[in-house]
Design a protein around this ligand. Structure first.
Ligand SMILES: CC(C)(COP(=O)(O)OP(=O)(O)OC[C@H]1O[C@@H](n2cnc3c(N)ncnc32)[C@H](O)[C@@H]1OP(=O)(O)O)[C@@H](O)C(=O)NCCC(=O)NCCS
Length: 306
């Protein structure tokens, strides 16, 4: 019998086993580029580059601990003591336009236990947790291979964001002022992620804040807070040796009366001028079209009511 429970530190080794079951090869970053490496040669920082914090007990413990202490909802599917799968539900208030956003950021079932209803049980438990916290909808960004699973569990396409590469000259300059700062999670309360929406606003804020000491290979981030044409914003730019272009995110204190595309354009102008160089990010589909920025790829949010 499969039981769904809130994850705790005692489940961390099992969660790592679940996520590693999906891995086909491992690699390390060197000054010459990526190189194949055997799992035994990887340190915890290098494991993060092979699939995220879930890939080693050291970083997964930090990650699960962060989620739990921040009141987020990592759930595990258990058969006895064995962890068969994991899901993470992230809830955050994104202010005027979106309100409380409940987002399924990660779901993974151990390769040997797929196709037996474990994924469905995890999604149903996450939907019920979202409802208990007052959400009326849950979103997800399905990987290609998981689309049929999400269709089967009641999700459908809702919103598309385009991946763009943008330089300061590509966009008309908006008036802004900003200062570098070290954000804490509370700073993102009521802020909507309007540039770089790969996942939900709080999801990316948690990623940005999650630091693994000594893992220089994961790169560094710089954050600014400021105001662009009357709109309060937080911007974050991430650079890492293995990234061809720096990656940008901007959250704004959204007004329900402003168009998302307008706010996203102001925010994009501010961050690209702060960085002073070409950046890679995601913008709403409508803005990519308005700016004539050719999308390289796209991210599709799916959703369903709870
Ligand atoms: C996606 C995943 C979590 C599904 O978990 P699972 O335990 O295998 O799924 P379930 O057995 O609960 O399936 C639930 C329903 O989805 C359907 N489904 C699942 N995977 C499917 C697939 N690849 N193609 C078609 N239908 C699929 C099942 O048929 C089932 O439908 P039914 O209940 O009507 O028969 C699992 O395959 C996985 O971990 N994949 C790798 C990681 C991943 O892709 N995560 C999602 C990232 S966004």
């Amino acid at each position: 019998m499969v039981e769904i429970r809130l994850a705790s530190l005692r489940h961390v080794a099992g969660i790592v086993e679940v996520h590693r079951s999906d891995l086909h090869s491992t690699r390390v970053w060197t000054p010459e580029g990526w190189r194949e490496a055997s799992p035994g040669d990887l340190d915890p920082c290098q494991w993060v580059l092979n699939g995220g914090p879930w890939m080693s007990v050291e970083t997964c413990a930090i990650h699960v601990n962060n989620l739990l202490t921040q009141g987020q909802i990592p759930l595990v599917a258990l058969e006895g003591d064995r962890v068969l799968g994991e899901v993470e539900l992230i809830l955050g208030d994104e202010g005027g336009r979106r309100g409380l956003v409940a987002h399924l950021s990660v779901i993974e079932v151990h390769r040997d236990f797929r196709g037996r209803g474990v994924g469905r049980a995890l999604v149903e438990a996450a939907l019920s947790a979202a409802r208990d916290r007052g959400a009326d909808r849950v979103t997800v960004v399905p990987e290609e291979r998981a689309r049929e699973f999400y269709r089967a569990t009641g999700f459908s396409p809702a919103e598309r964001w385009m991946e763009v590469s943008v330089s300061p000259g590509d966009i008309s300059e908006a008036m802004f002022e900003a200062e570098l700062f070290s954000p804490s999670l509370e700073d993102f309360e009521g802020m909507e992620l309007v540039v770089g929406r790969y996942q939900s606003g709080l999801n990316i804020a948690l990623n940005v804040m999650e630091e693994f000491a000594g893992c220089d290979a994961l790169g560094i981030g710089r954050s600014w807070r400021g105001v662009v044409e009357g709109v309060e914003f937080i911007a974050h730019v991430w650079s890492a040796p293995f990234l061809k272009e720096e990656v940008a995110y901007v959250w704004t204190r959204a007004s329900p009366h402003r168009r998302l595309e307008l706010e996203s354009r102001l925010a994009l102008s501010a961050v690209v001028n702060l960085a002073g160089r070409r950046l890679r990010t995601l913008v709403p589909q409508g803005l990519a079209a308005e700016l004539g920025l050719a999308g390289r790829g796209s991210v599709e949010f799916w959703g369903r009511g709870v």
